[in-house]
Design a protein around this ligand. Structure first.
Ligand SMILES: *[C@@H]1O[C@H](CO)[C@@H](O)[C@H](O)[C@H]1NC(C)=O
Ligand SMILES: *[C@@H]1O[C@H](CO)[C@@H](O)[C@H](O)[C@H]1NC(C)=O
Ligand SMILES: *[C@@H]1O[C@H](CO)[C@@H](O)[C@H](O)[C@H]1NC(C)=O
Ligand SMILES: *[C@@H]1O[C@H](CO)[C@@H](O)[C@H](O)[C@H]1NC(C)=O
Ligand SMILES: *[C@@H]1O[C@H](CO)[C@@H](O)[C@H](O)[C@H]1NC(C)=O
Ligand SMILES: *[C@@H]1O[C@H](CO)[C@@H](O)[C@H](O)[C@H]1NC(C)=O
Ligand SMILES: *[C@@H]1O[C@H](CO)[C@@H](O)[C@H](O)[C@H]1NC(C)=O
Ligand SMILES: *[C@@H]1O[C@H](CO)[C@@H](O)[C@H](O)[C@H]1NC(C)=O
Ligand SMILES: *[C@@H]1O[C@H](CO)[C@@H](O)[C@H](O)[C@H]1NC(C)=O
Length: 466
């Protein structure tokens, strides 16, 4: 594969990272966020703005209405041809779903040869996540894609909710003939829920992976053939007298992440196929590990007939005690903030003083960099990947690839969905099993990993500025 690189670094984003890193307040099962930083991010850090969007965790936020209401499902079919300019930047997105159907964190490029989008993972980076701006409750999602390859490189395709529910596919680069499937209810670790579906070369060949999620059952299908079914009634827990079945509005995340990075937990490294080789051929040409997304279809199903309805545009949680399907209402509450000081508690916060800042911070990086010069871009590339060799990546005529580099150093950026990062680690290792005395340790570990990645990426970017 040959891909021209033209990278753009968003300096505004870098400075906001400094603030975020210095001001970290963590959240978990035993400690919710304070009122002035009410939202618990997917990676276990408290804040406002983007912390309240995407996969803001309702369980550990200040209150059930701290996270922003989640935009309602809308059926769509997205071909990722020439698409990078249409992506929103998750680090500046304020919730305007008219601006973008998909957000990115990390590095994305158009891949003209295959009319697809590349999710790239340069040397020592935390990888890349593509996420939907809307949630599904319930629905069918199918993705035509190629995974990455080689040990330690993980590609994920998951449905993930703000309550820690998850239905997923994960592909470890060391085994290209297996689609691993799993599900989680409220982030509770269960080491017996994973199952494999056999397939053929997931790296060389496009396959269509589907998650068909209904109120009472879910299926995982590869190329139209059901490989796994799960019935809600199989998940009944007699002790808690509840169904431990994924049941809250979930966003679609597709990611590439370094499960085998040497700083990860031993269990994560082992599960992902061993330590990642950051000097593999892909790192010199095209300059990064990559997964390729060609098309994603989303078909929305009706919400549960018993769902509380007072509107048609957003999902909101109605209880701070429980986070089940019965605790979701459909309303017309606002899904957009005015500034990154906003939250579900006050989406307009900061509006009068920083309305201009809001405009300039909207997701423009992706669309403005088509004309980025090669010189600037190759410099930026080598910086982001901190790999001098990658600046010499080949540039074949005809591949008019475009890349965007977000302020990927924020802790919100780095990994795949925490559910996926943490759960895979735990599910695959006795080492992390022993450290999971508390029910949420998997997610906490995900948070720590993400925080490390954020700091690392920050150092790399700072090096570039200096
Ligand atoms: C939650 O976070 C607090 C403060 O960061 C920490 O002291 C505590 O051990 C954490 N609890 C769990 C269950 O991880
Ligand atoms: C949301 O984005 C659309 C498309 O860019 C724009 O026309 C609209 O004004 C935005 N809405 C608000 C409230 O900013
Ligand atoms: C990967 O491990 C290296 C050390 O080998 C470390 O410097 C870097 O921060 C780690 N990157 C991520 C994304 O965890
Ligand atoms: C998406 O839907 C279109 C139209 O039904 C179909 O042709 C295409 O194969 C679907 N793609 C995926 C990835 O499911
Ligand atoms: C799935 O396949 C992987 C190898 O890719 C293996 O390590 C794992 O044990 C399998 N899981 C199950 C549940 O069979
Ligand atoms: C679960 O539900 C399915 C379909 O509704 C049914 O066929 C099956 O018998 C049920 N299983 C149990 C254990 O109740
Ligand atoms: C894990 O899930 C399975 C199936 O839902 C269930 O039978 C089992 O009891 C669960 N185990 C734990 C420890 O929750
Ligand atoms: C029931 O749920 C509790 C709390 O999540 C969990 O500790 C326990 O292992 C579950 N039991 C089964 C049989 O799934
Ligand atoms: C329904 O929504 C409207 C505004 O959208 C609000 O004024 C009203 O209080 C809501 N009703 C209930 C029962 O929540």
């Amino acid at each position: 594969m040959s891909i021209a690189n033209s990278w753009l670094i968003c300096l505004v984003g870098i400075f906001s990272i400094v603030l975020r890193v210095e001001a970290s307040t963590f959240c978990n099962a035993t400690q919710a966020c304070p009122e002035d930083k009410p939202c618990c991010s997917q990676y276990g850090e408290c804040g406002t703005g983007q912390y309240c969007l995407n996969n803001c965790d309702v369980r550990f936020s200040f209150s059930h209405d701290s996270c922003m209401p989640v935009p309602i499902c809308k059926s769509s079919s997205t071909k990722f041809k020439d698409y990078s300019s249409k992506l929103g930047d998750a680090n500046t997105f304020l919730g305007n779903v008219s601006e973008a159907d998909w957000l990115y964190t990390g590095n994305v490029l158009d891949y003209d040869d295959e009319e697809s989008l590349i999710l790239a993972m340069p040397k020592n980076s935390g990888g890349t996540v593509l996420s939907s701006t809307r949630a599904v409750w319930y629905g069918k999602v199918s993705a035509r894609m190629k995974t990455s390859h080689l040990g330690g490189v993980v590609t994920g395709f998951i449905l993930y909710s703000g309550a820690g529910d998850e239905i997923d596919y994960e592909f470890v680069g060391a085994d290209l003939e297996t689609a691993q499937t799993n599900f989680y209810w409220e982030g509770v670790l269960n080491y017996t829920n994973s199952a494999n579906i056999s397939t053929t070369d997931t790296f060389e060949e496009y396959h269509t992976y589907e998650l068909d999620w209904h109120e009472d059952y879910a299926t995982w299908s590869v190329d139209g053939v059901v490989g796994r079914s799960l019935y809600k009634n199989q998940t009944y827990n007699a002790t808690t007298k509840s169904y431990q079945y994924p049941q809250t509005p979930s966003k679609v995340d597709i990611s590439i992440w370094p499960g085998g990075n040497s700083t990860n937990a031993p269990g994560t490294i082992a599960w992902s196929g061993g330590e990642i080789n950051w000097d593999a051929a892909d790192i010199s040409d095209p300059g990064y590990y990559y997964a390729i997304i060609n098309e994603i279809n989303i078909t929305c199903y009706d919400p549960p007939s018993a769902a509380k309805k007072n509107g048609t545009s957003a999902y909101v949680y109605t209880s701070s005690e429980e986070f089940l399907a019965k605790d979701i209402a459909i309303t017309d509450d606002e899904v957009m903030m005015d500034t990154d000081e906003g939250s579900g508690l006050n989406p307009h916060k900061g509006a009068t003083t920083s309305s201009s800042a809001q405009k300039s911070s909207s997701s423009t990086s992706a669309s403005s960099d088509h004309s980025t010069s090669t010189k600037k871009s190759s410099k930026a590339t080598s910086t982001v990947s901190s790999s001098s060799s990658s600046s010499s990546s080949t540039t074949k005529d005809g591949d008019k690839a475009v890349s965007t580099v977000s302020s990927s150093a924020t802790s919100q950026t780095a990994s795949s969905a925490s559910g996926s990062a943490s759960s895979s680690a735990s599910a695959s290792s006795s080492a992390s099993a022993s450290s999971s005395a508390s029910s949420m340790s998997g997610h906490n570990m995900g948070a720590n990993v993400a925080a490390n990645w954020g700091l690392t990426a920050f150092g790399v970017l700072l090096g570039y500025i200096l």
